[in-house]
Design a protein around this ligand. Structure first.
Ligand SMILES: [Cu+2]
Length: 346
């Protein structure tokens, strides 16, 4: 009799635990489906540097259609110097792509008919073979399509991975894709896209005319140009990025390489926040942040005083002799509590 009772109690306990187990697994799987459930579809807004697409405001995952063209074209690398760039979308760096964690990205890469070579794309945000490289290898005039789930939030480099890979990257084939976390990013006043790359030409820095790629210099990691946004003075002077005092500015920073690591620095400002390597880790009060080749960083700074902010690679020969300079023009009232030049009597 006693044994029967014990057995019944045990059976009930087992049943209860099974039911509880079922319940908890049912809850987990339901909530994970709810987070990632794809509702509707939209076509991605793609932008050229220094512009970024608007922040994502939707609270659900969707199918994001990305159409990116590979364009081989001659452009100025300096005022009197031309270079045959290979690009994602017609400029260097390539188009900025912005999606949300959990989105299904439906990606089509088209290699324009007048290209001379096959190309593909490896997006570092992809969990899958070659980051999409195998699925997207396309000859001139062809296109290829694949889908991936944006599982990991963060700022990721994408690049061409067609051999010789170093050469395709050295010719400008890289850009950034931001996967916003599902809870969104903090609000800021301005956002800009700044991407570094190193370039290797037969002629010296700013030698006039159309310059060819120099393989030996690339192997020696001895670039003639180290540039922000693909051109000497791309975003300086009249083309500087614009902001105002009191604004909080976010820079999405990438480094295509192919070779150099960037010591990314803004002269006359402090990074209040750095998303280290473009991931979740936030560092605060940083002077110079490392951006490796094939890596990224997100930096934020509240602009305190007016003037021209110089964005540099603090390996400074690259800035003064190889072109690594971009600028943010800050307008607004002086703020003598933060910075005040004292007049001295002679
Ligand atoms: Cu390529």
């Amino acid at each position: 009799m006693k044994l029967t009772v014990i057995k019944s109690v045990l059976a009930l306990a087992l049943l209860a635990s099974l039911v509880a187990g079922c319940d908890s697994s049912a809850t987990t799987s339901t909530s994970s489906v709810a987070i990632d459930e794809i509702k509707g579809e939209e076509t991605a807004v793609l932008t050229d540097a220094p512009n970024v697409p608007p922040p994502i405001t939707r609270k659900h995952a969707t199918k994001v259609i990305v159409n990116l063209d590979v364009v081989e074209k001659v452009m100025k690398i300096a005022d009197s110097t031309e270079y045959t760039f290979w690009t994602f979308g017609g400029s260097v760096p390539g188009k900025f792509i912005r999606v949300r964690e959990g989105d299904l990205v439906d990606f089509t890469l088209k290699n324009l008919p007048d290209s001379k070579l096959p190309h593909n794309i490896d997006l570092h945000a992809v969990n899958g073979p070659g980051g999409g490289a195998e699925a997207t290898l396309v000859a001139p005039g062809q296109s290829a399509r694949f889908q991936f789930k944006a599982l990991n939030p963060g700022l990721y480099v994408y690049h061409c991975a067609t051999g010789p890979v170093g050469m395709h990257i050295a010719n400008g084939m890289y850009g950034l894709i931001m996967v916003e976390p599902k809870e969104g990013m903090s609000k800021v006043d301005k956002e800009f896209y700044v991407m570094q790359g190193d370039f290797y030409t037969k002629g010296k820095y700013e030698a006039p005319g159309l310059q060819e790629f120099d393989q030996d210099k690339a192997i020696q990691e001895n670039p003639d140009y180290v540039l922000f946004n693909g051109r000497v003075r791309a975003n300086t002077g009249a083309n500087a990025m614009q902001a105002k005092t009191g604004e909080n500015v976010r820079l999405f920073v990438g480094n295509g390489g192919p070779n150099l690591t960037s010591s990314f620095h803004v002269i006359g400002e402090v990074f209040d926040k750095v998303y280290v390597e473009g991931g979740d880790l936030i560092n605060e009060n940083v002077q110079t942040t490392v951006v490796p080749a094939g890596g990224s960083s997100i930096v934020e700074m509240k602009l305190q005083v007016p003037g021209m902010l110089n964005i540099v690679d603090h390996a400074l020969y690259r800035t003064f002799h190889k072109g690594a300079l971009a600028q943010i023009k800050v307008s607004g009232d002086e703020n003598p509590e933060v910075f005040n030049k004292i007049k001295t009597q002679k």
